[in-house]
Design a protein around this ligand. Structure first.
Ligand SMILES: [Zn+2]
Length: 239
C-alpha cells in the first residue's frame, strides 16, 4: 500500500512540477528525478564502489568518485544549503543500493551527526538530508538521534589517517541499538576514519553489524589536492 501511495505521489508531483536537471537545466527523469540522463551518465564510478570493511565496518559502499560534476552537487548541498540536491543524490544512491540488494541487510539508517553548535549554525545536517531521502526511497527507518556528536572536531582536511583517528577519538556517542543492523550515511568518505569511529561506538552500543553508505569516495592518493576543492577549512568547517 505504501509503495502504491509513494508511486502515485511521485507521479502527481511529476505532473505538477516536471523534473528539471539541477546541473544543466534540461528535463529531468520521470517520475521525479531532478537530473537528466546525460548528467547522470557523466558521474565517474568509484574505483572500488563496495569495500569489505574497513574494520569494524562490515562494508563501505560509495558508488561515485568525488569528481566533477558530482562534487558540484555535494557542494551545493553542504555549503550552499540547496536541499533539493539531497533528493537527487539520495535517490541515486538508493537506486544503486537497491540494485545490489544491499538494503535487505539493514534495519535502520543513522546519519553521521553534526555537533549541535555546527548544526545550529548551518541549519541542517547534509548527512541527515541524504539519510531521509534514502529512508523514503528504500522504506527503511531513519534514527537521526541515535548517534550524537559530543564535541566539535577540528578540520579533517589535509590530515593523514592516524591524525584523523586521534582527531575523532571520543567524538561520538550512541543510544541503545541492540541487535539492529545499522547503515551509517555520510556524503563523502576519504579515509573512512569518521565512519569507523562511529561504527565502533554503534557496535559498543549493541548493533550487530554496521555498514557505511556514502555518495562518493575521494581518491585516497589525492587527499591534499581534493582538499583544495573544498571551501577554505575555516573554523566553520568543524562538525
Ligand atoms: Zn543535466
Amino acid at each position: 500500500m505504501r509503495d502504491w501511495v509513494d508511486r502515485h505521489l511521485d507521479w502527481l508531483g511529476g505532473l505538477l512540477l516536471p523534473p528539471r536537471c539541477v546541473l544543466c537545466g534540461s528535463s529531468g527523469q520521470a517520475p521525479c528525478l531532478d537530473l537528466c540522463a546525460g548528467c547522470a551518465a557523466s558521474f565517474a564510478a568509484a574505483d572500488e564502489p563496495v569495500l569489505a570493511g574497513p574494520d569494524p565496518l562490515r562494508r563501505t559502499c560509495a558508488p561515485f568518485a568525488y569528481a566533477p560534476p558530482l562534487d558540484h552537487l555535494v557542494h551545493a548541498l553542504k555549503y550552499r544549503g540547496q536541499l533539493a540536491t539531497a533528493r537527487v543524490l539520495g535517490t541515486l544512491l538508493a537506486g544503486w543500493l537497491a540494485g545490489r540488494g544491499l538494503p535487505h541487510e539493514v534495519d535502520v539508517i543513522v546519519p553521521v551527526p553534526l555537533h549541535p553548535d555546527r548544526h545550529a549554525e548551518r541549519g541542517f545536517n547534509q548527512s541527515a538530508e541524504l539519510a531521509h531521502q534514502l529512508g523514503r526511497s528504500l522504506h527503511l527507518s531513519v534514527a537521526e538521534s541515535l548517534a550524537i556528536r559530543r564535541r566539535a572536531t577540528p578540520p579533517q582536511v589535509g590530515l593523514h589517517l592516524d591524525e584523523r583517528r586521534r582527531n575523532l577519538a571520543g567524538a561520538f556517542g550512541a543510544g541503545p541499538v541492540a541487535d539492529l543492523r545499522v547503515a551509517i550515511v555520510d556524503d563523502v568518505t576519504t579515509t573512512g576514519a569518521t565512519l569507523r569511529e562511529l561504527a565502533c561506538v554503534l557496535l559498543q552500543a549493541g548493533a550487530c553489524t554496521v555498514d557505511a553508505w556514502c555518495i562518493a569516495r575521494t581518491d585516497r592518493g589525492r587527499i591534499h589536492s581534493s582538499a583544495r576543492r573544498e571551501p577554505s577549512p575555516s573554523a566553520g568547517w568543524m562538525r
